[in-house]
Write a protein that binds this ligand. Structure first.
Ligand SMILES: Nc1ncnc2c1ncn2[C@@H]1O[C@H](COP(=O)(O)OP(=O)(O)OP(=O)(O)O)[C@@H](O)[C@H]1O
Length: 262
């Protein structure tokens, strides 16, 4: 089992360990021998253009698809062999909106809590505390449809955290949001790593979401092209910035804001 050093130097099992994973849709292979580990209590970015294979990889990690080639472990638990143990440790925010618009925020969240076997009283305590953290406790009984896109995303993040998973996956969480909402979501998530010791795996095509001290995994056409601290990746490419390193590695002349390959 892959072990990695946490922030305090203690050796822990990797929050996520992906080893030799391949995936095909019919004859089209979209993930080729993908391997990497992410450390606990770190912010790790999965950076790739549209079509790189990020969502497919997330579908394998969350066990929506079964892994036919390779293994995926969450804190040492094999997603294929012990899905209950593995998935209990995982929270996920998908790219597509998933709140029920006709239910209140409380109803959306308490339903999810009950799926995780959390009692009503405990659920309300957790919901109130998490809504407080994102300054939305006054919206508890509002209908989800009355929220802005950024507020909906924040409620989806609260929902993903209700069962207190140590690993949180977010697939293009800021897509379609205005600049201010994007910044707020990103800073909420970055804070969780520091204050709650959560491990975050953040998939994006937006290079300006990456910071120098993050761990970055660059995925392109289903292959891992780089895996390491951002400043190390930049240096090893002989580049001046992660944008330049990404362009060198992928052969994409400039990285477009919409994530489409040019
Ligand atoms: N259900 C499917 N059937 C066939 N091909 C698929 C399917 N889902 C994805 N693909 C293809 O697999 C490749 C990887 O897609 P994937 O959605 O995983 O990439 P991505 O990095 O998440 O991009 P995006 O952000 O645009 O979703 C693409 O070429 C896509 O067209």
């Amino acid at each position: 089992m892959q072990h990695v050093k946490a922030n305090d130097g203690v050796s822990l099992p990797a929050a996520l360990d992906v080893a030799g994973v391949k995936h095909s849709y019919g004859h089209k292979q979209v993930l080729s021998d993908v391997s990497f580990s992410i450390a606990p209590q770190r912010f790790t970015v999965l950076l790739g253009l549209n079509g790189a294979g990020k969502t497919t990889l997330f579908s394998l990690i969350t066990h929506l698809y079964s892994t036919r080639h390779g293994t995926i472990r969450i804190f040492g638990h094999d997603v294929g062999r012990e899905p209950g143990e593995a998935l209990r440790r995982l929270g996920i925010v998908f790219q597509a909106r998933t709140l029920d618009l006709d239910l209140s925020i409380y109803q959306n969240l308490s339903y999810h809590a009950s799926l995780h076997g959390i009692g009503r009283r405990e659920a309300l305590t957790r919901i109130t505390a998490l809504l407080d953290q994102i300054d939305m406790s006054d919206r508890l009984h509002d209908k989800a449809r009355s929220l802005s896109g950024g507020q909906m995303r924040r409620i989806e993040i609260v929902r993903a955290l209700l069962h207190r998973p140590p690993l949180l996956l977010l697939d293009e969480a800021t897509v379609g949001l205005d600049i201010q909402s994007r910044a707020e979501i990103l800073s909420t998530i970055r804070k969780l790593v520091v204050t709650d010791g959560i491990s975050v795996f953040w998939a994006t095509h937006l290079i300006d979401e990456v910071e120098e001290t993050d761990h970055v995994i660059i995925l392109d056409k289903g292959r891992v092209l780089a895996d390491g601290r951002v400043d190390d990746v930049v240096r090893s490419c002989g580049a001046d910035s992660i944008r330049e390193a990404f362009a060198i590695l992928t052969g994409v002349a400039s990285v477009p804001a919409n994530g489409e390959r040019r």
